[in-house]
Design a protein around this ligand. Structure first.
Ligand SMILES: CC(C)(COP(=O)(O)OP(=O)(O)OC[C@H]1O[C@@H](n2cnc3c(N)ncnc32)[C@H](O)[C@@H]1OP(=O)(O)O)[C@@H](O)C(=O)NCCC(=O)NCCS
Length: 175
């Protein structure tokens, strides 16, 4: 059995270790990292999966900004999901699914209207993430735009938005 709980300051080193193991030491060069740089994960949306006292899974959500074209209006707030990682020895046991489910449930309770991520559509598609609803949004640092996917926490919150996905740390896009 595993449990899901909020991450604490003590989880920082084990989470970093898990992410290095899952994505490699060069993970910080990935496009989603540019969106998270200098930011703090949303409180109550940085979750750990724990099994027998060990941290075996991690998911985080981050603030995100959209630089929208005129006439395109975003809802109450969109979060960036990621990274999601489950320890290689504990994969295929439903931990990833549980972390995503709990994270999205909490994000809805906190009032967010949608979530965006950069990841493998073959995995995230099974949870309802889809490129189609964010096809009008571009992420300049991501070479494969179909890896940008969205999930509407409230109906119609993402579809139809047009503009750029930018870091919540920037007021304007850098290109
Ligand atoms: C992707 C990851 C988080 C999944 O965690 P998990 O706890 O094993 O996932 P779950 O148990 O909820 O789901 C397992 C299912 O997802 C499938 N799956 C896992 N990774 C997949 C991928 N990249 N593409 C398609 N399917 C994938 C498994 O084959 C399994 O399928 P099944 O249910 O039909 O047997 C984990 O494999 C991981 O940490 N990978 C390395 C880091 C990573 O790639 N993270 C983000 C994904 S872009």
């Amino acid at each position: 059995m595993f449990s899901i709980r909020n991450q604490t300051i003590n989880d920082q080193a084990p989470v970093d270790h898990l992410l290095d193991l899952s994505f490699g030491a060069d993970r910080k060069t990935k496009s989603a990292y540019t969106l998270r740089q200098g930011l703090v994960a949303v409180p109550n949306l940085a979750l750990a999966a724990e099994q027998e006292g060990e941290l075996v899974g991690s998911i985080q959500f981050w603030p995100l900004k959209l630089d929208l074209v005129e006439g395109s209006v975003a809802g109450t707030g969109i979060v960036l999901l990621g990274p999601l990682a489950v320890h290689p020895e504990r994969q295929n046991l439903g931990l990833g699914q549980a972390l995503i489910g709990e994270g999205l449930k909490r994000a809805a309770v906190l009032g967010y209207c949608g979530a965006i991520l950069v990841g493998d559509p073959a995995y995230y598609g099974r949870f309802g993430f889809d490129h189609g609803c964010v096809a009008g949004l571009t992420l300049s640092a991501e070479p494969v735009q179909s890896r940008v996917q969205g999930y509407e926490l409230t109906d119609g919150s993402l579809a139809g938005l047009r503009g750029k996905i930018i870091s919540a740390g920037n007021s304007i896009s850098d290109d």
